[in-house]
Design a protein around this ligand. Structure first.
Ligand code: PBG
Length: 337
């Protein structure tokens, strides 16, 4: 029996393992790095005082009253986290079909923004613009004849954005996926004197099953019931459409764009960054967090290693920053604390 002859390249001339031999050389050739300054911490806020309430489907994540929010944000900021994104849990009695509480300058989100700004003037504050925390039907916009109506919703979103800017929000993050909302919000902010308030648009936001735990956390799951958001959030089947959405948002004045969810959409992050070279953010959403935590709690994954690897993957794909519920844990670990 004839064995094939060794190839002329044997023994190999190229030995990539030379650069993996020891920690010093691995760190020397590492192409991407994770820093606390890459991370944005999404936080759930609720009414009350001194309250930390566990979110069942997101172990380690809590709904915080404003006083505790300020404490926690201060600690995370000290580890080098530049910004937080806040999500209010609106009491059920304040929800209605029009989501009117979104426009109340004394609502939970606005009070949280003011408290954070006062205590931590150097911390960036990002606030979602969408009506789902406030509507009794759990949709992100106004429902007319059984449909989420685009243009009427955009009008309300503009008012919501200005309300948040008045409270001191630094970055408005429209997460609603209505057409034309970025341009309208930009105009409304400018007219109200907030030309320095930035827009981080959820440009490529998919209709994803991975938002489940978030909807539990903010209490919109029950309101939404068996409804879905497929008429405004993107179809997971589509890639090119994400580039179109990003192009529109940039043309309308978005300063930064976001792809959401994160890990199942790394291809989209990569394409967006390559096509537009603008600040591009990934949102590692609640379901991604829950998956890693569930596996870690079962002893099936190493929590810290899986966390850091998942975050580094976003940097490799081209993301400039990551919204992640791991932010404080990851920042602490990266800071060597
Ligand atoms: C609200 C909003 C959602 C998330 C961020 N903003 C949920 C949704 O669109 O239903 C999801 C975040 C997460 O799952 O972590 N428009």
């Amino acid at each position: 029996m004839n064995f094939p002859l060794p190839s002329p390249a044997w023994p190999p001339v190229a030995r990539p393992r030379r650069l993996r031999k020891s920690p010093w050389i691995r760190s020397l050739v590492a192409q991407h790095h994770l820093h606390p300054s890459d991370l944005i911490w999404p936080l759930f806020i609720r009414e009350g005082n001194g309250i930390r309430e566990a979110v069942g489907s997101m172990p380690g994540v809590e709904r915080l009253s404003i006083d505790i929010l300020v404490e926690q944000a201060a600690e995370a900021h000290a580890f080098g986290l530049p910004a937080v994104a806040i999500f209010p849990v609106t009491p059920a009695n304040l929800k209605n079909p029009e989501g009117l509480e979104a426009l109340n300058p004394e609502n939970l989100a606005c009070r949280a923004i003011r408290a954070l700004k006062q205590a931590l003037p150097t911390l960036g504050i990002i606030c979602d613009v969408a009506l789902d925390p406030y509507t009794s039907h759990g949709q992100d916009g106004l429902v007319r004849n059984g449909q989420v109506e685009n243009d009427a919703t955009v009008e309300v979103l503009c008012k919501q954005a200005v309300t948040q800017a008045m409270a001191g929000c630094d970055v408005i993050a429209p997460s609603d996926m209505m057409d034309g909302r970025v341009g309208s919000i930009r105009k409304a902010l400018d007219l109200a004197g907030f030309d320095q308030v930035a827009i981080l648009s959820y440009s490529a936001k998919y209709a994803s099953a991975f938002y489940g735990p978030f909807r539990d956390a903010v209490g919109s799951a029950a309101n939404l019931g068996s409804g879905d958001k497929k008429t405004y959030q993107m179809d997971p089947a589509n890639g090119d459409e994400a580039l179109r959405e990003v192009a529109l948002d940039l043309a309308e004045g978005a300063d930064m764009v976001m792809v959401k969810p994160g890990m199942p959409y790394l291809d989209i992050i990569s394409r967006v960054k390559q096509a537009f070279s603008v600040p591009t953010f990934a949102y590692q959403v609640s379901g991604e967090y829950a998956m890693i935590l569930a596996a870690a709690q079962n002893g099936w994954l190493d929590h810290d290693k899986a966390m850091l690897e998942s975050l580094l993957a976003f940097k490799r794909a081209g993301a400039d920053g990551i919204l992640t519920y791991f932010a404080p844990k990851a920042a602490r670990l990266l800071a060597g604390l």
